[in-house]
Design a protein around this ligand. Structure first.
Ligand SMILES: Cc1cc2nc3c(=O)[nH]c(=O)nc-3n(C[C@H](O)[C@H](O)[C@H](O)COP(=O)(O)O)c2cc1C
Length: 185
């Protein structure tokens, strides 16, 4: 028997990223966990309108998505605790400008350079619909075929209401094998 716990928003855990963008020509970095896949080639990044970085994203139409793993989690968390409006976060990470100028974080083993396709406003949030232009990955986290290997690269997840970070990195098996085992194929 399941207990009805009300309209608890239970879409967690979600991956943790640091978004990078130029604001008036200076890099700003913001920690974000409210992200989602919209189609196979577009994702949604939900940012409170009050954040300093939003203006920069709208100015340039570009941002970087830097997927957080444990090796730089503490530094990444700083990007979620202080606003670029009050402090210069441009020196928080090493970075390399992407083709459209968005700062790609050197510490991140996996980063994407994205263009903004659309902005969906809802309440206090600007939801940026983004398309990936380039993906940059450290060789050490790739399979022999050159794709991200999620046993080598272990993105950190975030959940509410506990407000905690969680680990990933253990493969249970190929999805196909589960579907067959349940007699569906
Ligand atoms: C774990 C964690 C997750 C966060 N996720 C989001 C998020 O999904 N959307 C958002 O608008 N702010 C989120 N924040 C808050 C921003 O990262 C924070 O307010 C930041 O200082 C804004 O920086 P800026 O003003 O320089 O853009 C999160 C903060 C933390 C600590």
């Amino acid at each position: 028997m399941k207990k009805n716990i009300g309209n608890q928003f239970a879409f967690y855990p979600t991956p943790v990223i640091v978004v990078g963008a130029l604001v008036d020509g200076r890099p700003d970095f913001t920690l974000v966990a409210h992200i989602g896949i919209v189609t196979h080639d577009a994702a949604l990044i939900s940012l409170n309108k009050s954040h300093y970085i939003n203006r920069g994203i709208k100015q340039s139409g570009a941002l970087s998505v830097n997927v957080v793993d444990e090796s730089w989690l503490e530094k990444a968390a700083v990007a979620g605790g202080v606003s670029g409006r009050n402090a210069d976060k441009s020196a928080l990470f090493g970075y390399t400008p992407g083709g459209m100028g968005a700062p790609i974080i050197d510490e991140a083993k996996l980063s994407m350079e994205c263009t903004v396709e659309d902005i969906y406003e809802r309440g206090a949030f600007e939801n940026f619909i983004v398309k990936v232009v380039n993906t940059f990955a450290e060789e050490s986290i790739l399979t022999d075929g050159g794709k991200p290997d999620y046993e080598k690269f272990k993105p950190i997840l975030f959940e509410m209401p506990g407000y905690t970070f969680l680990k990933t990195g253990e493969t249970l098996g190929e999805c196909k094998s589960f579907i067959k085992n349940n007699g569906r194929n």
